[in-house]
Design a protein around this ligand. Structure first.
Ligand code: MN
Length: 730
């Protein structure tokens, strides 16, 4: 029992607030456990304290709002946790109470519910597109996780709609539109019929005030005139059912304003045409009586062909069950009748969640997963008499826990991505150019790695750079086919472009060597060459050269011959210059690890480009060489541009503590990176010496010489040499 004096509410309102709160407590005492009541009281008092300086737009103390929200939910018999969350639903958002504080005071389940509600509060629906509205609804459902969050949210919205007159007109319109597009359909989807209708009616009132007023007046007078007809049909139905001993509650059903308006719009009907349809509801004790009542009514009035629907055998996705039939009444007036059991009626009014609501109050289970499971289980029970319960359950599951995430673009558009999608997937979903050029991402305004997995509700902003390119490593984490295929395509194109560039350079070098000077190849020569050869484009020929599918020297010779600059058979090619930055088309062999300064030789590998070896690499020139000498190409180093090359060195050192550290320090002092170290225990050094193999990165031969010199100067280093021409990994 709450007393006005103890509430942190201005005196002139205190009596009313205390009275409303006590009425609510008395109401829930009818279905909750007695020990729940002090908890509810505590949550209410805490909320009143938090909001004590706030006023509603109406001038009333703010606490009247959470109180009204809880009251709506109490009418639907929601459990104590949900009602406490209703009291507290605006505290985090408006008064800065933290989740930690709520957890300490009221426990984690309550804090989770309030936190979920605060997150929904931050979402704002902006787009007008229908598809976007559907996405937004899914997003809300996905974010809510616990269906109670949605229920509290709907009650919150309902009370806000009831008190919308105190808002500014533009705000009224925006909130009404959002309610109509987002919240009313959700209420309908989960079967909260009464809330759905009221939300639609309020939205209609604020979106179309004139039409609402005119239609309302017309409806009022029309219903007055109809009353007689309705009661006549009502009596006839009751009488007929009584004859066959069917106990039934029968009443005339009135359509809500918004649905009459919708029907007029959709079916292009006039007001009187819509109103001519009389609706009745017959509620009986069990399923077989439903069918009995149906047969009886079909005997009373003639059924209209093709209008009978059996939603008992095949329920609607939201769990709704009834028999629907349309009859021709007296003077041919159309009559719509719904026949259902009391249980089905309860579900139809309160929604499928009602089963779960009624059951969950007494078990003390607080875990959301378990609650949800329980709820789904109860849905299954509702559905057990119908054949497609699995499909139904699947439907609900998909809606509440979709395998999708919904995220915002910076402009407020919602994108749907598969669960587990990364920022890169998002970038490609926006546009392939954004994907190809993305370098970083801001998620909820924080810079994050591109591999970050997105969560529903995230606001995602991709940062791009003109020069950026897709990274092959992205293929390890992207989820969407779109991202994957674009990355693959780009890498393939990039390889091709690199091959063209290299091929052109190789060709020019060949031509220069053949002519002893740089020589322009005339276009006519190219035209003739492309006519007599298979690839029809110059790029393809160049790519072939770059990839080692044809020799630059041979192509150059032919072109020069066609241009009349060279006589046939007058070949003499010079070396091709290698820079080390050609990309995938030039590979530095791992067997001998050539570095700038080493004499080198090129080996054309069919379809793979050019492999560079040292001139003395046994893999190529030794006794074991398996290579066709015709595939060998003369190559030389071009001016190096700072790329680092791997090289292997082996050090024999005294087996002393600190030797390795000293050697490593010396290598890095010489500005070389250590890529890999291997200690060779079984080396020929015995106990006194130890063999250490390093892979180090150097710029060129001079750099390597400096490194080796530095190592030689160490006292503990006995011997040092570079490994070359053996496969160091075998
Ligand atoms: Mn609120």
């Amino acid at each position: 029992m709450l007393h006005a004096a103890e509430l942190p509410v201005p005196e002139e309102y205190a009596t009313q607030v205390a009275q409303d709160a006590n009425t609510l407590l008395a109401k829930v005492a009818g279905y909750l456990k007695p020990e729940d009541l002090p908890l509810l009281e505590a949550a209410f008092k805490f909320s009143a304290e938090c909001h004590k300086t706030q006023l509603r737009k109406s001038g009333e103390p703010y606490i009247t709002h959470p109180l009204a929200v809880a009251d709506i939910l109490a009418d639907h018999h929601l459990d104590a946790q949900a009602l406490m969350a209703a009291f507290l639903h605006d505290t985090m958002e408006d008064t800065g109470v933290t989740k930690i504080e709520l957890t300490e005071r009221f426990g984690k389940p309550i804090a989770d519910l309030v936190d979920g509600l605060s997150k929904l509060e931050k979402l704002e629906f902006q787009s007008k597109e229908e598809a976007q509205a559907e996405n937004f609804r899914k997003m809300l459902m996905a974010m809510a996780r616990d269906v109670r969050v949605i229920l509290v949210k709907l009650a919150d919205r309902l009370h806000n709609m009831r008190t919308l007159s105190h808002m500014r007109e533009d705000k009224q319109k925006r909130i009404a539109a959002e309610t109509l597009e987002i919240y009313a359909p959700i209420a309908n989807r989960i079967g909260l019929h009464a809330i759905y209708q009221e939300l639609e009616d309020w939205s209609f009132k604020y979106l179309h005030p004139m039409r609402y007023e005119v239609l309302g007046k017309a409806l009022k007078s029309a219903r007055g005139n109809r009353r007689e007809v309705v009661s006549k049909i009502l009596d006839a139905i009751k009488h007929k059912l009584g004859e066959v001993n069917v106990e039934a509650t029968v009443y005339g059903r009135e359509k809500h304003l918004a649905s009459i308006y919708k029907k007029m719009q959709e079916k292009h009907l006039s007001f009187s045409e819509v109103l001519d349809i009389y609706g009745f509801r017959v509620i009986v004790k069990d399923v077989s009586t439903c069918y009995l009542a149906l047969g009886t009514l079909h005997g009373l009035y003639k059924p209209r062909p093709g209008t009978f629907k059996d939603y008992i055998a095949i329920p609607k996705p939201n769990g709704y069950q009834s028999l629907h039939t349309a009859l021709s009444g007296p003077y041919g007036t159309p009559i719509e009748v719904q026949i259902r059991t009391h249980n089905m009626h309860k579900v139809a009014q309160a929604g499928v969640a009602s089963h779960w609501m009624y059951k969950s109050g007494d078990d003390g289970v607080s875990d959301v997963q378990q609650k949800t499971h329980q709820w789904l289980q109860s849905l299954l029970e509702i559905q057990s008499m119908s054949g497609d319960s699995v499909e139904f359950l699947e439907h609900i599951k998909v809606d509440l826990f979709p395998g999708e995430v919904y995220v915002f673009t910076p402009k407020g558009k919602i994108l749907t991505l598969p669960q587990g999608a990364s920022a890169v997937d998002f970038a490609y979903a926006v546009h392939s150019d954004i994907g190809n050029r993305c370098i970083a991402v801001r998620i909820n305004y924080d810079l994050m790695p591109l591999r970050t997995t997105l969560k529903t509700g995230d606001q995602v902003e991709i940062i791009t750079a003109i020069t950026a390119r897709p990274n092959p490593s992205w293929l390890n984490f992207v989820m969407t086919g779109k991202a994957r295929s674009h990355i693959r395509h780009f890498l393939k194109t990039m390889r091709y472009e690199e091959a063209v560039t290299l091929g052109e350079r190789m060709l020019n070098q060949s031509v220069r060597a053949l002519m002893n000077q740089a020589t322009e190849l005339p276009a006519e020569a190219w035209d003739r060459y492309l006519k007599e050869n298979a690839p029809s484009r110059r790029d393809e020929v160049l790519a072939d050269i770059g990839l080692g599918k044809r020799l630059g020297v041979v192509v150059g010779q032919r072109l020069l011959t066609l241009a009349g600059l060279l006589l046939e058979g007058e070949a003499n090619s010079g070396p091709i210059l290698i820079r080390g930055t050609e990309g995938v088309t030039v590979q530095f062999s791992r067997c001998c690890n050539p570095i700038p300064g080493d004499p080198i030789i090129g080996l054309i590998k069919q379809g793979q480009g050019l492999a560079i070896h040292t001139h003395d690499c046994p893999q190529v020139v030794g006794r074991n060489s398996k290579f066709d000498p015709d595939k060998l190409l003369e190559v030389e180093w071009d001016v190096p541009i700072g790329k680092l090359f791997d090289v292997q060195i082996k050090v024999l050192a005294m087996n002393e503590r600190g030797a390795l550290a000293e050697i490593a320090a010396s290598i890095s002092d010489a500005a070389a990176n250590i890529e890999n170290v291997r200690m060779d225990k079984d080396g020929d050094g015995g106990d006194r010496y130890t063999e250490i193999s390093f892979t180090v990165q150097v710029e060129n031969r001079q750099h390597l010489a400096r490194v080796m010199q530095a190592l030689r100067s160490l006292e503990r280093v006995v011997r040092i040499h570079r490994l070359k021409g053996i496969n160091s990994h075998s």
